[in-house]
Design a binder for this molecule. Structure first.
Ligand code: MCA
Ligand code: AMP
Length: 522
């Protein structure tokens, strides 16, 4: 083996199925051979023996090509920067430029969207649909032509929203990703015979590491379900071929609605099939207790809820064997150092599962081998994110009877909708660039299915607001062209002024209350 096991499957798995997508199944042998070939192609394109941490952006639908590309970038010594197929061009351009990508790889019609951006920037575009094609397991390893990759080399940049402006790149090394994976393999008992139904986006930790890298590290199979469709997902869960499922609460809410809408015999078939899975996990946002209970009624499964963050991987989890307690995220995962701290004083309220100040809530702080290295090219923000080596998550929690319960984010400007973390400030900054918007405030409105719904209160420029209130209708498509779909406000309101305190600061709770108020008489 020439480096971390992240992309070095056991030779014994050569004939085992690694990836199923679009009706085809591909073995670990094919994955190994094709990723080696694409890695050599990337190195030839760069005229180098090692990409030495060059960032390589890649865009394709979830499937075998995605995994080949991810592994190829790693084998060639590059940093993998996954781009999201659902994103409009400005979001994709932002990531390409912020990461300062040296090459781009695209596959299929989706991937061709980044051919022009590559040309405009004078960087190579590689066709990921065929660059590694033609390789077979019998191509055999050719270790001499590929660099050896140490565990401390950076492997991936994932973009995450923060309290300020545009998303930041979170850099993780091979060793950090491997520590994250090992912790979950241990806690959730990944087995070689598992098959996961994968329905998550592949530009966030949940979809990339938990649901993809973990099974591949264990020699298990990953079945990509295509874009999420509740009835199709139920059919696969009921097929008897799936053993693991991981999703965000919104997906479980959508599955429950589809079950409610189905006829009796379909319901029985779905419930029986899903009930036979080994493990069903929920995370990325709070799972409502009612959803936990309904899921148990429908499938017999007590969902395993866990807590994570792009910067730390996974931090807390309900137990695999022990009691899974609704409304909680359990205990620290193996290898994770966790403290609950009173932020104002730095007083440690709890460490691990031991409470020093029982019942007092505080900020979760994390330390451990899976914690990220840095925000890409943002040394000041990186420094500000740690105190004495502990990462400040910004999440508030309390330890109750040995289980952590999350109470929410410390910042009102971080929203969660559909499991996506969204910066209110990023949306506000964009809206303020529109000529008809004098000012605005973006907030999250609690929503049973989505966690929060994005809502925007607008102060229009004179003559741009009511009557007729066409401004939101004009803004909606304008925002969609510029921001990811999940960042688009779903509720709009035009106001004469935003609620502010004596210092002139916008009061976000008062803005939220505006959306609860009955509509003003017309
Ligand atoms: C869409 N709609 C919404 C929202 N989005 N309504 C309210 N709020 C929203 N955010 C409505 C619109 O009417 C929309 O139509 C319609 O729903 C369908 O939207 P669509 O986007 O097609 O929905 P979907 O494709 O079914 O997507 C829902 C989804 C998706 C599958 C739940 O959001 C998803 O994949 N979420 C997972 C995110 C994730 O993986 N997060 C992990 C990051 P229209 O738009 O046309 O009006 S967190 C992480 O990685 C950490 C480490 C962790 O802990 O896991
Ligand atoms: P992200 O930055 O997209 O990785 O999102 C991480 C954030 O998601 C955390 O800081 C939490 O606020 C939230 N989160 C993750 N898992 C859970 C959970 N089980 N319950 C509540 N919030 C969660």
């Amino acid at each position: 083996m020439t480096g971390p096991a992240l992309f070095h499957p056991s030779p014994a798995w050569s004939d085992r199925v690694a990836v199923l997508a679009g009706g085809a199944s591909r073995t670990y042998g094919e994955l190994e051979a094709r990723s080696r070939r694409l890695a050599r192609h990337l190195l030839a394109g760069a005229g180098a023996a090692d990409l030495n941490g060059a960032r390589v952006g890649f865009l394709m639908e979830p499937g075998f090509e995605y995994v080949v590309t991810q592994w190829a970038i790693w084998r060639a010594g590059g940093i993998a920067v996954p781009l999201c197929p659902d994103h409009p061009a400005p979001e994709i351009d932002y990531v390409i430029d912020d990461a300062d990508c040296a090459a781009l790889i695209g596959a299929g019609a989706t991937g061709r969207r980044i051919e022009d951006p590559a040309r405009e920037r004078g960087i190579p575009f590689h066709d990921g649909s065929d660059a590694g094609a033609g390789a077979s397991a019998s191509d055999g390893p050719d270790p001499d032509s590929l660099p050896s990759i140490g565990a401390d080399r950076p492997a991936m940049i994932l973009y995450t929203s923060g309290t300020t402006g545009r998303p930041k790149g979170v850099v993780t090394t091979h060793g950090q990703i491997e520590a994250h994976i090992r912790s979950l393999l241990d806690a959730w008992r990944w087995e070689r015979d598992d098959r996961i139904l994968h329905v998550l986006p592949l530009h966030h930790t949940h979809g990339v590491v938990n649901a993809l890298c973990c099974p591949l590290y264990a020699g298990a199979a990953v079945e990509f379900g295509g874009s999420f469709d509740p009835a199709a997902a139920w059919e696969r869960l009921a097929s008897g071929e799936i053993s693991v499922f991981m999703a965000v609460p919104t997906i479980y809410a959508k599955l429950l609605r589809a079950w409610d809408a189905a006829d009796g015999s379909t319901r029985r078939r779905w419930s029986r099939g899903a009930g036979a899975l080994r493990l069903m996990v929920s995370g990325s946002a709070a799972l409502p207790v009612r959803a936990f209970e309904r899921w148990e009624e429908v499938t017999g499964h007590r969902l395993l809820e866990r807590y994570g963050m792009t910067e730390i991987g996974m931090g807390l989890s309900n137990p695999y064997d022990g009691e899974r307690r609704p409304g909680t995220v359990g205990q620290p995962l193996p290898g994770v150092g966790l403290r609950l701290v009173r932020p104002a004083t730095g007083c440690v309220l709890a460490e691990g599962t031991e409470a020093f100040e029982p019942g007092e809530s505080g900020e979760i702080r994390i330390r451990g081998p899976m914690v990220f290295s840095e925000y890409w090219r943002r040394p000041e923000e990186t420094a500000a994110a740690f105190v004495d080596g502990w990462f400040l998550t910004g999440d508030e929690a309390v330890l109750e009877d040995g289980y952590y319960r999350l109470l929410g984010r410390r910042s009102v400007d971080i929203l969660k909708s559909g499991g996506y973390k969204i910066s209110a400030v990023e949306i506000e900054e964009l809206l303020r660039t529109h000529p008809a918007v004098r000012d605005c405030a973006v907030v999250g409105i609690p929503d049973e299915d989505w966690g929060e719904r994005i809502a925007a209160a607008l102060v229009p420029e004179p003559g741009e607001g009511p009557p007729g209130e066409t401004l939101p209708e004009r803004l909606d498509p304008w925002v969609r062209e510029r921001l990811a779909r999940y960042k688009v406000p779903r509720a709009w309101l035009c106001v004469a002024d935003l609620p502010r305190n004596a210092m002139g600061k916008v009061q976000k709770p008062a803005v939220q209350a505006l959306f609860d108020a009955p509509a003003p008489p017309s």
